[in-house]
Design a protein around this ligand. Structure first.
Ligand SMILES: Cc1cc2nc3c(=O)[nH]c(=O)nc-3n(C[C@H](O)[C@H](O)[C@H](O)COP(=O)(O)OP(=O)(O)OC[C@H]3O[C@@H](n4cnc5c(N)ncnc54)[C@H](O)[C@@H]3O)c2cc1C
Length: 329
């Protein structure tokens, strides 16, 4: 068998994300954060400051999303590479959108050569309109499970620790929850070690997903399911995110936020934010009590909101001037 190329050593060896879920200090729940590639160089610098602050708080891993379009994509790789030198366990999201198979192979080799061996294998949504018709790129792949098969079949594949997306309310394109369960299991059987969920606001949905997967396949279904949490800071943004995710904002949460808004969302922005952070904290507390393996904060690059939830959980100091920047867009 020919020698497989080794990833170039980073100054710090990358821990596999699935290992961060296994070896944690008793009593302490790991947390991780998701960043989007920042828009410009200045925002990129602020992101590194924020990432360092999360490092000091003991973040288990940092993930970087993958968008559509060349320069954003290059930024994902650049940001991920730099985060990984911090040292931060860095997870790169990768999608099939507008990529041929040779391009995907090239990209995976590039990650390996940079020492970035944590990959979130995703299909991605149609660019422009996420809910629009999915069109497979000619010469590309159709499903995230095929990307996992591609990576694990590559010589570099054995260095990778692969995660996937899972959907507490079912993926909006799936026929039903049974099909959604089968597809999630297919990705786990193909070699994924864990999943990160779509954001949700009803913890029962997360628990039902966990039960469904474990009942359908006790081995694969027992792999860690990391809950994705988006701290609520405004009604507008939470509604928009739920719409993009094809999911529902539970009526009681909407009522709680509307009551904080008191009929005037603009005038009561601070109160809505306060109540929103409280709701996210409550969800996190319940998830911790239910044994979630990690809390994954989808920060939307809003660092302060995440820090406030962590503070409420006793996992971070209160937000202070010296901490950094609240938005790193
Ligand atoms: C934690 C997380 C991070 C994300 N990060 C990003 C990101 O960085 N960039 C981005 O663009 N998007 C991101 N997304 C969004 C994601 O790409 C979309 O939700 C996408 O619609 C589904 O991706 P998937 O990997 O789950 O696809 P898949 O698992 O391939 O599923 C896609 C659809 O196809 C169906 N399907 C899958 N396999 C089969 C099969 N064999 N036969 C029939 N039907 C099948 C599924 O039911 C589903 O409806 C993220 C989502 C999550 C939850």
């Amino acid at each position: 068998m020919p020698d497989s190329p080794r990833p170039a050593p980073l100054p710090y060896r990358q821990v596999a994300v699935s290992d961060t879920l296994r070896f944690n200090t008793p009593g302490r729940v790991p947390f991780s954060v998701e960043f989007m590639p920042p828009r410009d160089d200045e925002a990129e610098l602020r992101l590194f400051t924020a990432a360092e602050a999360f490092h000091d708080l003991g973040v288990s891993f940092v993930s970087v999303t993958y968008g559509a379009g060349g320069s954003t994509r290059e930024r994902t790789l650049r940001v991920a590479r730099r985060l990984a030198t911090k040292p931060l366990t860095t997870l790169v999201h990768t999608t099939l959108v507008e990529h041929t198979v040779p391009e995907l192979i090239h990209m995976v080799r590039a990650y390996a050569s940079l020492g970035l061996t944590n990959l979130l294998a995703l299909r991605g949504d149609p660019p422009g309109d996420p809910t629009g018709q999915w069109v497979q790129t000619p010469g590309g792949l159709r499903y995230a499970s095929e990307l996992i098969e591609l990576v694990t079949a590559m010589p570099e594949g054995r260095f990778f620790d692969i995660g996937i997306a899972s959907f507490p309310e079912g993926h909006y394109r799936a026929k039903d929850l049974q099909q959604d369960t089968e597809i999630t299991l297919r990705k786990l059987r193909a070699g994924a070690q864990y999943s990160i969920t779509q954001m949700f606001f009803d913890v029962d949905h997360y628990l039902r997903l966990r039960d469904r997967l474990a009942a359908a396949d006790p081995t694969e279904g027992a792999k860690p399911i990391i809950p994705g949490l988006m701290p609520i800071t405004s009604l507008r943004s939470v509604r928009k995110q739920m719409e993009l995710a094809g999911a529902q904002l539970p009526a009681d949460i909407e009522r709680e936020l509307l009551s904080a808004a008191g009929g005037d969302e603009r005038a009561n922005r601070d109160r809505i934010r306060e109540v929103g952070i409280g709701i996210t904290t409550r969800m996190a507390e319940r998830l911790i009590a239910e044994g979630a393996p990690d809390l994954h904060f989808m920060t939307m690059n809003n660092v302060r909101a995440t820090q406030e939830v962590l503070h409420n959980l006793g996992m971070a100091p209160a937000w202070g001037e010296e901490y950094g920047h609240d938005m790193v867009r």
